[in-house]
Design a protein around this ligand. Structure first.
Ligand SMILES: [Zn+2]
Length: 623
């Protein structure tokens, strides 16, 4: 940790970040090459011109806040609540998240088909509780936030005392929206988010806002029923839209449009945006260099076009076969694990095995690449490029309503250093970005590969059986396949993790939320165990004794070192606080301490004494 201080522009610095930075350098060289050879192919033109437009600081500085003008004038001209509705649809079309969110999602009862979904939204602070926590730090963040809103309004041309007044009104609106929202811990229970409604029922509950007109304005395909994730939020929204003076609602729209546009504009906007969202919330003290921001922006907006070039450049197909082999070895261990646990009845075990057998895997990158050819990209129009790409994406999403779910689609781009399990599709997904050292290498020893990427694979697989994922069946439907006794026993075992992790404190005065992080902690603990067992199997097949040393470490010691080293990280206190309050993942330190202290195998590998710190008094285990 001493040898790897956090760079001023970062909030955390660890192995994930180093690998991410490596990928960014590769992407930069791809983008500079594409920008210089835009005539070579349509893909080169799009990603190259996009990157070029973002790097063109002279042009962006010269424009100042001018690109905001047309939309702000349109908002200023709103005269009626019907106009307001049309503008909400317009902003949603640009992916500016005002008031609520509307998108497709797999039907909880028929996960093969997409249903329309209304959900809470419209906040500028990270999460509901930021509006209500009463400690002095939270109070300070709120004050900074209101000051930030006022400064951004001023930059857009509003007179200072007026901007301060509007900022207070905007905070009042957002606080009302937050009040009607579910908090992030509650939102982890998928059952709480299912409320099927007909359009007639929805209309009866929302007299102040014609959702029918909104759906027409946003060009949603026709549907007659939808899911309303949080009905109490829709009621709050309805009351707010009925009672709040129209000018305040207009200021709220303008603020969110300015805020979403901040990073696309000249440096006063960029700096002010950084000042609140990075400096105040994460502790970073310096902007990332322009090229890094532009690489990230291209990945955000044209991710599969850039990802395709990344896969070609890095020969990502080479690691696929071996990774698949590791995945299959870990799935085999999960099967043995389910068969061997003593707390689950045979009937639930049978269903668990059926679900496990139905898990599908995606490794590296998509089989079919997204076609962005309809998005017009110009090398001198960063602002326009960004919003045209947003519009392409929101329309692509809205068109899915009523259509079969495309399970081959990825939620992460190929260079992403991460992985995920999708409960509604029952699949595990590993982008090419994470299939590199220190997680995976064709040249690394089995013990290290299993400790690092093996634990990640085991983690994603275990998500299908954590407190959230276990509520979905093998085809991704939200259907309870557990007997009551097994459910109760599972809850009791899980509760051990809630207490264990709830006792960790990343910064003085802040404790981890054991309930919010339960799914990830369950996955971490199951994941490392499955990877460990899979490694033992591989070593046995190759007749390598686990006590055999290399570089002075036994096979099992290397396994745990491979695991722990993937999580080496320094984190700023502001970022640690933000993470504890918003992130379902425990900070890296506790992902390591928490899991290995639950594994007697770790104590054995390093000859720990019962009094040693990592030897937990009461080891927790679900899987
Ligand atoms: Zn996870």
């Amino acid at each position: 940790m001493k040898a790897n201080p956090i760079p001023p522009e970062e909030a955390t610095w660890g192995r994930f970040d180093v690998l991410f930075e490596n990928n960014q350098k590769i992407l930069r060289s791809i983008l500079e090459d594409s920008a210089a050879h835009q005539e070579r192919s349509a893909t080169d033109q799009q990603v190259g011109a996009f990157y070029q437009s973002c790097m063109n600081e002279d042009r962006i500085e010269a424009l100042g806040g001018a690109p905001l003008r047309p939309e702000l004038d349109r908002i200023a001209a709103i005269n009626t609540r019907a106009d307001l509705l049309a503008e909400i649809a317009r902003l949603h079309d640009l992916q500016v998240q005002v008031f609520f969110s509307f998108s497709p999602q797999p039907d909880p009862d028929n996960a093969r088909r997409n249903i329309a979904n209304l959900d809470q939204g419209g906040l500028g602070l990270p999460e509901k509780d930021f509006y209500f926590r009463s400690d002095s730090h939270s109070d300070e963040i709120r004050q900074k936030y209101v000051a930030h809103i006022a400064k951004m309004l001023e930059l857009s041309g509003i007179e200072s005392s007026l901007a301060a007044k509007q900022a207070a009104e905007i905070m009042h609106i957002e606080t009302a929206l937050a009040k009607g929202s579910l908090d992030i811990t509650a939102r982890r229970d998928p059952k709480l988010l299912v409320h099927r409604m007909s359009l007639t029922e929805l209309a009866a509950q929302s007299p102040a806002f014609s959702f029918d007109n909104y759906f027409r304005a946003i060009q949603a395909p026709k549907f007659s029923t939808l899911n309303v994730s949080v009905p109490s939020f829709e009621k709050t929204l309805n009351d707010l839209l009925a009672s709040e003076p129209l000018p305040n609602l207009k200021h709220y729209l303008a603020w969110h449009y300015i805020s979403a546009s901040g990073p696309l504009l000249s440096h006063p906007f960029v700096d002010e945006n950084f000042d609140f969202y990075s400096r105040a919330l994460t502790g970073a003290s310096q902007l990332r260099p322009r090229w890094k921001r532009c690489v990230s922006a291209t990945d955000d907006e044209l991710g599969e076009a850039l990802g395709r070039l990344f896969v070609e450049r890095t020969h990502a197909e080479e690691g696929k076969a071996h990774t698949l082999q590791i995945v299959m070895g870990i799935e085999e261990q999960m099967k043995r694990d389910i068969n061997s646990i003593t707390w689950m009845s045979s009937i639930t075990k049978k269903r668990a095995l059926e679900k496990l057998a139905a898990v599908t895997r995606k490794i590296g990158y998509p089989d079919h690449w997204r076609d962005y050819s309809s998005v017009h990209i110009e090398s001198t129009d960063y602002f326009g490029n960004w919003y045209r790409a947003n519009q392409f994406e929101s329309r692509r999403e809205i068109a899915k309503i009523g259509q079969p779910v495309d399970r081959n689609e990825w939620q992460m781009t190929p260079p992403t250093v991460n992985a995920y399990y999708e409960p509604s599709e029952n699949n595990i997904n590993f982008p090419a970005g994470i299939l590199q050292p220190p997680f995976y290498s064709n040249d690394a020893r089995d013990s290290v590969n299993y400790g690092a990427v093996g634990s990640v694979i085991g983690h994603e697989l275990t998500h299908g059986f954590d407190d959230e994922g276990r509520q979905f069946d093998g085809d991704g439907n939200l259907r309870d396949w557990w007997t009551k006794n097994d459910r109760d026993r599972f809850a009791k075992l899980s509760n051990c993790f809630v207490n264990q992790y709830g006792g960790y404190s990343p910064v003085p005065g802040v404790e981890l939320n054991g309930q919010l992080t339960l799914g990830e902690n369950t996955a971490d603990n199951g994941g490392i165990r499955l990877a460990y067992l899979a490694l033992l199997d591989v070593l046995a097949k190759k007749a390598v004794p686990i006590t055999q040393t290399q570089d002075g470490y036994t096979q099992t010691q290397q396994f745990f070192l491979g695991f722990a080293q993937a999580w080496c990280e320094n984190e700023r206190p502001e970022a640690a606080r933000l993470q504890a309050q918003t992130d379902p993942h425990a900070p890296a330190q506790f992902r390591v301490d928490g899991t290995v202290s639950n594994m007697p195998e770790f104590g054995k590998a390093f000859s720990c004494k019962p009094s040693d710190k990592m030897m937990a008094v009461k080891a927790c285990r679900v899987w």
